[in-house]
Design a protein around this ligand. Structure first.
Ligand code: PLP
Length: 375
């Protein structure tokens, strides 16, 4: 199997699984219990938070564990709106955010907030002039992802931090974490476990030391009262382990770039009529390519027969059949979008296996084009 859909999810690291099993089988206590089993679980959470803090390498602040990246996005966006809704009603985001951000913003629009969606260019680069013009004294929140999940485009978070005036800046760093250093200029940062070879169903929201948002879930007061509910200790411990592994043995930016470059060069050499939608200076974990005159869904299933797994775009959308809002915002035509595949890389990919992928993609594209069923 060659798994090239690491932006959708990653294979869990064996060490992460071992750690999780320990907190399922033996140290299964409730962290709020007063006896030693509870204290062991509480300690596991403390250790995991330390490991996550170290891996995120952000300025002074607090990490709150959540049930996923989506929840952390909601906690940030809805939380800032609740905390600051009296000061201003404008929120700025982009047209290419993950649905976790877009849908939270839509909820706020229904509550009377004004949401401005900043556009991107053909390379998924943010329209900074439009962003600058949109920031005013009414702006309470700017939410811009650090790395786009479909193209790998890296957004200039630290530059935006310089422009934000009184607004708080949130960045969805789900696709950035573990791949490139996290931007230090944001006030709130979202990360998720399953994109870094950690468990699914665990995420975190980091908030800077001067950021105050209301509790997301009311109840027993866990997570410093910000997110009540008995903690998912195995997932938290697993997330901490995955975060610790990032620095010790995960693929760095350079090895991933080599894998991506090998695939890109091979595809460029072997297959005509393509458009590369990922910017050259994007995050190396993602490569988005349109194979003109094809249908990506058919290519995907053809590749699946050879146990090569890729995506047609964002697998996180429940609307799996819908066209990519990201590629639309970049100005691709419907037919270009139709033929677009996303390859995304993780620690288990090697440069060597990319030659096989090029060969199989070439065959799938040629077969489709020969049939001419789309042209
Ligand atoms: N934000 C981005 C950019 C993502 O790519 C994803 C998942 O693909 C999420 C948020 C949601 O994270 P989770 O699956 O942990 O809810």
């Amino acid at each position: 199997m060659i798994y090239l859909d690491n932006s959708a999810t990653t294979r869990q690291h064996d060490r992460v699984t071992e750690v999780m099993l320990q907190y399922m089988r033996e140290d299964f206590g409730n962290p709020s219990s007063l006896y030693s089993l509870g204290l062991t679980a509480e300690k596991a959470i403390k250790e995991a938070r330390k490991k996550l803090d170290r891996a995120m390498a952000l300025p002074e602040g607090t990490c709150y564990f959540t049930s996923c990246g989506t929840e952390a996005d909601s906690m940030a966006i809805l939380g800032v709106a609740r905390a600051r809704g009296r000061r201003g009603r404008r929120i700025i985001t982009t047209q290419v955010e993950h649905p976790a951000v877009l849908e939270a913003c839509k909820q706020l629009e229904q509550q009377g907030f004004e949401v401005i969606y900043i556009g991107v260019d053909r390379e998924c680069g943010l329209d900074m002039e439009q962003l600058k013009d949109a920031i005013n004294e009414e702006t309470i929140l700017i939410s811009v992802m650090q790395v786009n999940n479909e193209t790998g485009a890296v957004m200039p978070i630290d530059e935006i931090a310089e422009l934000k005036q009184n607004a708080l800046l949130h960045t969805d760093a789900v696709q950035a974490f573990g791949k490139i250093p996290l931007a230090k200029g944001a006030d709130l940062v979202t990360v998720s476990g399953h994109k870094i070879h950690g468990p699914k169903g665990i995420g975190a929201l980091w908030t800077g030391k001067d950021v105050h948002i209301p509790a997301f879930l009311a109840g027993g007061g866990q997570e410093s009262g910000m997110r009540s509910g008995t903690e998912n200790v195995p997932a938290i411990a697993g997330f901490g382990e995955a975060a610790a592994l990032l620095s010790s043995e995960m693929l760095g930016e350079e090895p991933v770039r080599k894998v991506r470059d090998r695939l890109l060069c091979g595809i460029r050499d072997e297959i005509g009529d393509i458009i590369v939608n990922s910017p050259d200076d994007g995050c190396p974990s993602v490569l988005n390519i349109s194979f003109l005159g094809t249908r990506a869904e058919v290519l995907l299933h053809t590749l699946e027969q050879d146990e090569i797994y890729v995506s047609t775009g964002s697998a996180c959308s429940s609307n799996k059949k819908g066209q990519s809002h990201v590629l639309k915002a970049m100005g691709l035509s419907d037919r270009e979008i139709e033929g677009t595949l996303r390859f995304s890389f993780g620690r288990y990919n090697s440069v060597g296996e990319m030659d096989e992928v090029v060969d199989k993609v070439k065959k799938a594209v040629e077969r489709f084009r020969k049939l001419g069923s789309f042209r």
